[in-house]
Design a protein around this ligand. Sequence first.
Ligand SMILES: Cc1cc2nc3c(=O)[nH]c(=O)nc-3n(C[C@H](O)[C@H](O)[C@H](O)COP(=O)(O)OP(=O)(O)OC[C@H]3O[C@@H](n4cnc5c(N)ncnc54)[C@H](O)[C@@H]3O)c2cc1C
Length: 397
Amino acid sequence: MGTRRVVVAGGGLAAVRVTEFLRRRGFDGSVVVLGDEPHLPYDRPPLSKEVLTGKVGPQNVTFKDELAFAELDVELRTGCAVLGLDPGRGVVETAAGPVPYDDLVVCTGARPRPVPWNAPPEGVFVLRTVDDAAAIRAELERCPTVVVAGAGFVGAEVASSARALGLDVTVVEVQPTPLVRAVGPQVAAAFVSMHRDNGTDLRCGVGIAEILGRGRVEAVRLTDGSVRPCDLLVAGLGVVPNVEWLAGSGLRVDDGLVCDGQLCAGPSNVHAAGDVARWTDPRTGRSARGQQWMVAVEQARHVANRLTGGAPGPFTSGRYFWTHQYGHHFQFAGDACAPDVRVLCGALEAGEFVVGYGDGRRLVGVLAKNRSAAFVRAKTAMDRGVAWDEVDGAVLG
Ligand SMILES: Cc1cc2nc3c(=O)[nH]c(=O)nc-3n(C[C@H](O)[C@H](O)[C@H](O)COP(=O)(O)OP(=O)(O)OC[C@H]3O[C@@H](n4cnc5c(N)ncnc54)[C@H](O)[C@@H]3O)c2cc1C
């Protein structure tokens, strides 16, 4: 048994994957996970999908049970918030006292951006935790009229789940179309029609000016002056990284914990992975914070490799994500901030399509709706560096 001790701050996806990759690579020192939630670590994607529709109970989204953590020889401390960091002494502070580390992996994730309006005490929710999902699920069972603020991935999935339950749903999005940044303006139109075809009242280009109701939300007033009655408001306004506990540590924080290309956050024994980590993507040269499941897993693998003597190169991500909306499965990989956009198969208005994004020379991004096999072919071609004018042949086979 080695004597080195890796402490993982945070108890979500990235934290669990770091511990698994460490053990898989033969790390034989001690591993301690400090998570502030009272629950066993759990997966978040089902929360806005199967948990809200009632297909999966909130108790059924955990990654593994206590026995499995014990078998992995990982000491899991739930309900244990990390309160501070002193890199000079090599300790993190908790209410139960300091916890020393040889290597620290920061995996404290992110939390929903708080609602900017004066909210009544009841009927207004955000969705990040399993407790949020259980509370919203209970509300969906008794609230026939729902307003969702924000048509990003979480907002769109909440709307889709509420529609699946037959509820009256309005989505309010300040941008002219949903998901502009994620999929680009040309393709975002497809998401507009999908909301509307499924009976969701999508209001783009307006915001919520005010929440109406005394003890509980009764309606929202939009910035165009119209009033939408509702019994429940769910806000999906993006996330902010959980970095406050790093104040005074000397580590650089700027909308995330700033890391170098190796996901190292300053001192060579402090790394970060998951939604909290900000790094410069070597492929695009842009500073980025991944907010997708697969990016967290890739970063966890990279950090675990580094800690066990591997991963000599900088961290690169395939930037893959998926989303389920209104019974449709979307997959994306790469970069949507590209000048060329072409439908490679299907049609944007249809039930299935594959869209390619090009930078003038190469295929740099792929989005598919209900076309997993074609998506894999296109992504493989992209990873091989296929030229933009050879994309059709590579994808259609
Ligand atoms: C509702 C929902 C649906 C999603 N669906 C998809 C999807 O379909 N596809 C996709 O690609 N991605 C999806 N995601 C995103 C994906 O789940 C996240 O990218 C992923 O969870 C990030 O993992 P993480 O470990 O970095 O952060 P988290 O999962 O947020 O885990 C961080 C943990 O650290 C804890 N923590 C915070 N501060 C402290 C502290 N000071 N001390 C101790 N612990 C602390 C937090 O409470 C949390 O438990 C979804 C996210 C949500 C919320």
